[in-house]
Ligand binder design. Sequence first.
Ligand code: FRU
Length: 490
Amino acid sequence: MQWTTEQRYTRIEDISEKDWKELKKQVDRSPWRQTYHIQPETGLLNDPNGFSFYNGEYHLFYQWFPLGPVHGIKYWYHTKSKDLVHWENAGIAIRPNDEIDSHGAYSGSGIEHNGQLYLMYTGNTRDEQWVRHPKQNIAVMDEQGIIKKWETPVIDHVPDGYTDHFRDPKVWKENNTFYSIIGAQRIDKTGCAVLYSSPDMKNWTFKGEIQTDLPHFGYMWECPDYFTVDGQGIFVFSPQGIAPDGDQYHNIYQSGYVLGNLDVQTQTMQHSEFHELDRGFDFYAPQTMEAPDGRRILVGWMGLPEMAYPTDEHGWAHCLTLPREITIENGRLMQRPVRELKNLRGIKMEASAQLHDEVKTFDSFSGTAFELVCSFEIQDADSCGIEIRVNETEKTVITYDAIHQRLSLDRTYSGALADSEYGTVRSCFLDTKHVTFHLFVDSSSLELFVNDGLEVFTSRIFPSEDCTGIRFFAKGGRASCQAVKWTIGG
Ligand code: FRU
């Protein structure tokens, strides 16, 4: 179905109770509703926003168009949790119903200040000629969870030299000063990020553009995020307009990081090369926060802009990733599922086998929502791996090719396909004799952590409901395999 501009700009407040219930019924019938991921009740979810810890709880908001699987007018929806894994829906947080955000409450971040949670976000507004006028706004949440918007933007215009693509403020505090890094596009249509500072979250001063070694890297940088882990600066952003290069950049848009310390006085940064954060098909616009114990936690949108997904016909689209812990080890960025995910574990099963050019199944190793840790010790096999969500005709295959030292995720036969125009296999280089796959599978997704967080592949999959099989294989020789599986939920 083609959505008209009018339909995209229809607000949830303007539809009848009856239409709303119909939409919810349609969504509830979808076979691909997730069981332990954050997903929208209806409509479309995109970027994680305002990820923070405040008043004893984690708060995670997301971009939401309530009325259908399209990028219509955006709201902020609020979820909260005590342990990062059991999330409670807390309702709409920011409605795009004011002059300062009339065409969408776009992405932003959260920070505690004076005992309240300050949410800095982009108010997307358009004039009669449909020209965009982004404003950077503040909404403040108190201990009761009541959120109030400030009436006036704190940054009401785009700085000179940049286009109206100016959005997604990420705030942090350093030496009693607040900093906000904002995604921008130069007049020459190249992407970058700019920096503002403030003593009080109210009065903001333009400091300048972040000077990187990537002056011509895509046409827009969305959702920038800057933080340090053990003194190492990490700059995460989502550049648009990068061409595929080897194993990298095969999705419509990218998200990744450079390692480098930002000098907030000069806005300069000496940094490493850009690396993609995730090797899978569906990952974009990640945001991080610092947990009370100092861990740096990242959540991403498990989806991409401008792509059709099989759940569209059921009235909803997308979910968020599980939270991951970011560390720097031996100069490399590692990503591990947060330890709190153990709280979701149900029945445990263990199995091991010596595989010799064969495909094996283990009793009771099946399911549609589970956690699986599987280690392969490769003797002389050419390749080894796992097939999940298997039935007679469908399967999702994870392979380690020991000959070419390549790791791949193949969703060619995973069932219904999300836009296959961008290919159905993703791979990367990995040199190892011992490969461990740590998998989180839900009704319509998988998150694969390889060798203790060295690589991550995040993907939606849309298999038939009877795809419950799990198979282990070694080809062209021997590999031993040890597997532990936990049910999650029901
Ligand atoms: C990234 C993004 C942001 C914007 C938001 C709008 O996916 O385009 O740049 O703030 O989504 O929903």
